[in-house]
Design a protein. Structure first.
Length: 413
């Protein structure tokens, strides 16, 4: 599974995340078409390369019809002109988005409303965003969530986030960093203080995006496959004001795992597959199921899960949530596996298939990703088994030639 790791050592804002996504490979045309999809046809997403100290990074700005640049702002209750959080949530509900993107975007606005309401002593429904800030927040939040979908990322994690130091000037006057609403939004998120960042490093929008996107600290082992830098507005001389986004694969050969097992005699077999899907989505390495005989001759299904130790609690919770089990057995074990990586075979524009590559003692072993094969076969109108063979043949040739995904991306660029 492809994962992403956010490194907000200089903080995080909506525009920094959008820049990092584009820098890491998300399609520029997708981002440029986002305002019209969300009901802002006269707004433009401006993408450019900039320097932050010695680093090249991508800067994304929301350009208004009059040429002005929108800025991430602190929101206020009961203002006279603009939109309330509830209106923005309704806009997201009407937008052509996947269910997963829509759910997270709505959750982000809900969190912003609750945080600002706590700070200002009002209700979430009365929290107001100025018109410019409202457009900027919608584009940043929806784009920041949907961008990971465009990159094929299955899970997002984060390293500790910098909050900055000193004071920030807002519509409510000067406030200490982190600003009160940002501090509420960062509850439960690992943060770091001190460091070179002066002023506000993490904005309310950036904090809300972290809350809805990230599953917390990264896995103990992972393999880098790409990266990107998203620039912030300021360009201080002391540090690069940019958000780093790391693209990686979960290291399948991680040696220490937990084995979770439960026997289900009151779950219809047709609902085992949704249970497996939920467990894998929760971060399990593998999930097997087979019939067994239980007490008093009852036929049951044994479900056995392999999971890295840091994800075990979350997967146990998933097993309880998605099955009628009353207990889960846990044991720690080790496994020996071959080194593994992922290659991508592009069949035609927009049609790609991932290929798993294991490095065996007798050379590489390849297998096309089943779900990708089915999707590609449907789009191309060819038998899935034939397409899988063709994909593996092409991948085998490229592996022998020693060309990596990054090299192919550079060639296409």
């Amino acid at each position: 599974m492809r994962i992403a790791i956010l490194d907000p050592a200089a903080g995080i804002s909506g525009d920094m995340l959008l820049g990092a996504l584009i820098d890491a490979g998300a399609p520029r045309t997708w981002l440029e078409g986002l305002p019209a999809r969300l009901g802002f046809p006269d707004v433009r997403m401006r993408v450019r390369k900039v320097q932050r100290t010695s680093l090249a990074a991508t800067k994304v700005d929301v350009e208004l019809p009059d040429g002005a640049i929108a800025r991430d702002e602190h929101h206020a209750p009961d203002a006279a002109h603009g939109r309330h959080v509830g209106e923005l949530m309704e806009l997201v509900r009407r937008a052509p988005l996947s269910a997963a993107v829509q759910e997270r975007a709505l959750r982000a606005f809900e969190l912003i409303g609750v945080a600002e309401a706590r700070v200002h002593g009002t209700t979430p429904e009365r929290v107001h965003l100025h018109e410019v800030g409202a457009m900027d927040a919608v584009l940043d939040i929806v784009g920041g969530i949907e961008g990971f979908e465009r990159l094929g990322v299955g899970a997002v994690y984060n390293l500790p986030v910098a909050t900055g130091t000193g004071w920030v000037t807002t519509a409510h006057g000067r406030l200490p960093v982190p600003a009160p609403a940002t501090a509420v939004l960062l509850e439960g998120v690992a943060v770091v203080s001190g460091g070179p960042v002066e002023g506000e490093a993490t904005t309310p929008t950036g904090a809300a995006l972290l809350r809805v996107l990230s599953q917390g600290r990264p896995p103990s082992a992972w393999r880098m496959v790409g990266s990107g830098w998203g620039a912030g507005e300021r360009d201080p001389a002391a540090y690069p004001n940019a958000l780093r986004l790391l693209l990686a694969e979960a290291a399948g050969e991680a040696g220490v795992v937990e084995v979770l097992a439960t026997d289900l005699d009151d779950l219809s077999p047709e609902y085992v597959e949704p249970l497996r899907a939920a467990v894998l989505a929760a971060g399990a390495v593998d999930c097997l199921a087979w019939p067994v005989y239980g007490k008093k001759g009852r036929v049951a299904t044994r479900v056995e899960v392999l999971v890295a130790a840091e994800r075990a609690d979350h997967v146990v919770e998933t097993l309880f949530r998605h099955s009628p089990t009353a207990g889960v057995r846990r044991a720690t074990t080790t496994r020996v596996t071959l080194p593994r990586r992922e290659e991508i075979v592009e069949l035609q524009a927009g049609v790609q298939v991932r290929v798993k590559v294991w490095q065996g003692p007798d050379g590489p072993r390849l297998k096309a990703e089943y779900d990708d094969v089915l999707t590609a076969a449907d789009r191309l109108g060819v038998p899935a088994w034939q397409l899988a063979r063709e994909v593996e043949r092409r991948a085998s040739g490229e592996v022998i030639e020693g060309r990596t995904n990054n090299q192919r991306n550079e060639e296409r660029a």
